[in-house]
Design a binder for this molecule. Sequence first.
Ligand code: NAD
Length: 494
Amino acid sequence: MLRAKLFVGGRSCDAAGGQELNIVNPADETLLGVASSATREDVNAAVAAAKEALESWGSSSGKERAAVLRAIADSVEKHKDSLAEKEALNAGKPIQEAAWDMDDVAACFRHHAGLAEALEERQGKVVDVGMQEFSVRMFWEPVGVVGLIVPWNYPLLMAAWKVAAALAAGCTIVLKPSELTPFTAYDLAVYAFQEAKLPAGVLNVLPGLGPDCGGPLSEHPDVEKIAFTGSVPTGSRIMAACARDIRNVSLELGGKSPIVVFEDADVEKAVEWIMFGIFWTNGQICSATSRAIIHEDIAPRVFARLKQEAEKVAYIGPIICKSQYDKVLNYIESGKQEGATLLCGGGRPENVANKGFYIAPTVFTNVQPSMRIWKEEIFGPVLAATTFKTEAEAIALANDTWAGLASAGSPLLWSFLTADQDRSMRMARKFKCGIVWVNCSQPCFCQVPWGGVRKSGFGRDNGEYGLESFLEAKQVTEYKSSEPWEMFSLLFDL
Ligand code: NAD
C-alpha cells in the first residue's frame, strides 16, 4: 500500500483535519494507497514554513543552490526504479515510459543547476544607459514564496519543471500535486530534504483536493506567485484568485493541437508520428496532436495504414480514473452520434478484464469542425481526422478552434509533416502558438521554453525563460558624478 503524507518544514505529517484520500489503481480499480489530504490550515502552515525559509535560501549563492539541485538529481536517479514503479501503477503508464519520465526529472534538475550558476554570473551586470553620470546594474531576485499546482498526467515531471526552476531562482515552495497522483511529489520532498540537504521549509508538499487545498494556496496573501499546470477552467479560477491581490501567475493549460500532413510526406513516418502524437501517454497530454489534417491525395493511404497500426495496439494502458474514462467514452459516443466515421477503436478493448479504465486507440475520420470531438479537449486516445486540399485550407482548419471555445485553446502548438524545406519555415513562422514541431510530434526538452498562447495559457516552463518567471528584475541606478546634478537650474534657468 502506497502512502503520501504532507511534508511541511522538513517534517512528514498528517493533515491537520485528519482527512485522507483513497488512491485507486486505474489498471484494476483496487486500492493502491492512501494520501493525507491538506486543507486551509495545512496551507497556512506550509506557507509559513516557506516564508521562514525564504531569507536564507533566497540569499544563498547560485553555486550553493546548484549543488543542491545536482544532489536532488542524484537522489532521483538513485530511487528511479521505485519512483517509476509508483508512477506506472498510479498513472497507469507502461513502466518504460515512467522510467523515461524519471530520467527527464533528473535531467531537469541537472539543467537547472547550470541555470542557477549562470544566474549568479549575471548578477550585477552593468547596463550602458548612455549617460556617464549614471551607473546602472541589474540584479535578479527570487519572486519569493511560490505555490506550484500540477496535474496527474506526468506527476513528478510536471512538478520538477517548476520545482527545479523555482529552486534555481532562490524561491521557496509549496507544491500541490494532483489528488489523483500524490506519491512521488511527496517522495521527492523527503529525498531532497534527507539526501540532498535541501533546507527545511524550502520545499513543502501538500497532497489534497483542488478546492480544499489548491484554492486556499492560490488565495494566500503570502504566496507571491502561482505557477499552474492543468485545465483551462481551473487556470481561470486561479488567475481570478491572483488578480484580487495583483499576484504573479503563470498558466500552462490545455490544448487541441493539430498535426498537418502534406501530400509530400512519407506515409509510414506520418503514421508513426500521428500515432505517437495521440496515443503516447494515452492521449492524456496537453500537447497531444489530437486533430489530424491530412492532404486528400495522401489521406486514403494514411488512413489505411493508421487503421492497421492502431488495431495492432490492442490497448495502451488505463485512463487515469473513472470520471476521465467516462468523459472519454462520452466523447466517443458524441463522435458516433454527430456522424464522424469510426475508423478503429471506439470503446473498451475486447481483450481486457472487466476492471480497469481501458479504451482502445480510437480514430475518427470525416470529422466536421462543428463536432465536439474536433472542438474540445478529450484528453484520451481519440484522434479526430479530416482532409484538406490547399495549404490555406490546412491553416484555416488547424486554426479553427481558436475563437469562441470555452474548453480548449489550440495555440499551444502546431505539428506538421512535409518534405518541403521552404514550406517548413514558412509555416513554422506563421503560426501563433508556443511550440512548432516539424516532421515530428511531442519531443520535449528542458532546455527550451514550453507553453502556449491564448487559452493554452501564458508564461513558460523550462529553459532560461522558465527560470525568468521565478525571478524579479531589479535595476540599481547610481549617480556617479562628483558634479551637482543641477536639473532645476537648467530647467528653470536659475
Ligand atoms: P485540473 O485543472 O483538474 O487540475 C490540475 C491541478 O489543479 C490539480 O492539482 C488540482 O487538484 C488543482 N485544482 C483543481 N481545482 C482547483 C482550484 N479550484 N484551485 C486550485 N487548484 C485546483 O487538471 P488535470 O485534470 O489534473 O490535468 C489535465 C489538464 O491539464 C488538461 O487540460 C491538460 O491539457 C492540462 N495540462 C497542461 C500541460 C501544459 O504544459 N500546458 C501539461 C499537462 C497537463
